[in-house]
Design a protein around this ligand. Structure first.
Ligand SMILES: C[S@@+](CC[C@H](N)C(=O)[O-])C[C@H]1O[C@@H](n2cnc3c(N)ncnc32)[C@H](O)[C@@H]1O
Length: 252
């Protein structure tokens, strides 16, 4: 995968391009709640928190959250937007999480795992910061469990290019289980529709997905042209939904 530098690309448009409607956020919070212990408050980490898309909602639902994010620009936007008193954002990464050992009940990594350069170190660091029995909610795509969003087919080799960004599921599981973790759950979550196909096209034009960073200019142009033609046939139709994988891992 071509590395995405969020300090030079995507950060200006990320919050707009990847905005979630209230109902979509509630779908995720319910899915997270279903795989977390019932006690409240829980101390959480949002690792690769980006612009803080999930962080305040996690704090609202479960208890205090620390967002850990390597990109200065993404963190600045998160800090400027989040007013929740139980949220703090810190510089760091999955490989180097600046919180005490055994201090968190859970960590969420939402579409951040594929950016992690030193994955074995991240497995060790996540085990360090979680309490024994603590959970990692890994909302990741996998090359063999890919959500295949409806718009991807319009881009030349779209599916192959996007799938190649991600590891196969068994490889991710093996990285954790070989370090003593266990799989606590694997399923999919289907958000309600993100609006109309026309709305979705507008958001996709902001190119706030790692996928677009993998395409050359000709494929980008061809893909958007084909997508625009398809959407123009019925721009007000609801954007089709798709199912997104959520892997829950439990620390030893
Ligand atoms: C697709 S964004 C997801 C942001 C947020 N979780 C969300 O869903 O809106 C990926 C984020 O992972 C961050 N990231 C990159 N390398 C990372 C690493 N090694 N550890 C943790 N996060 C990382 C990026 O800076 C970026 O903010």
């Amino acid at each position: 995968m071509r590395r995405i530098d969020y300090d030079t690309e995507q950060y200006q448009d990320y919050a707009r391009g990847r905005a979630l409607a209230e109902q979509q956020m509630q779908t995720w919070i319910s899915a997270f709640g279903a795989v977390l212990p019932e006690q409240r408050p829980l101390t959480g980490l949002d690792v690769g928190s980006g612009t803080g898309r999930f962080t305040p909602a996690l704090a609202q639902a479960f208890g205090p959250v620390t967002g850990v994010e390597p990109s200065v620009r993404m963190r600045e936007i998160a800090q400027a937007q989040s007013l929740h008193p139980d949220v703090q954002y810190l510089a760091g990464s999955a490989e180097d999480i600046p919180v005490p050992s055994g201090s968190a009940d859970y960590a969420l990594m939402f579409l951040a795992w594929h950016h992690v350069q030193d994955k074995p170190q991240a497995v060790r660091e996540l085990a360090r910061v979680l309490k024994p029995g603590g959970r990692l909610l890994l909302r990741a795509n996998f090359s063999d469990h890919h959500p295949r969003p409806w718009w991807l087919e319009y881009f030349p080799r779209g599916y192959e290019v996007d799938a190649s960004i991600f590891q196969p599921l068994h490889e991710v599981i093996a990285m954790f289980t070989s370090a003593g973790w266990r799989v606590a759950g694997f399923g999919t979550v289907t958000e309600p529709s993100s609006g109309t196909r026309g709305d979705m096209l507008e958001r996709l034009r902001l190119r706030t997905l790692s996928f677009f960073g993998q395409l050359g200019p000709d494929d980008l142009e061809a893909g958007f042209r084909r997508l625009e033609e398809a959407v123009a046939a019925d721009p007000g139709a609801p954007a089709p939904v798709f199912s997104e994988p959520l892997l829950t891992l439990q620390r030893p």
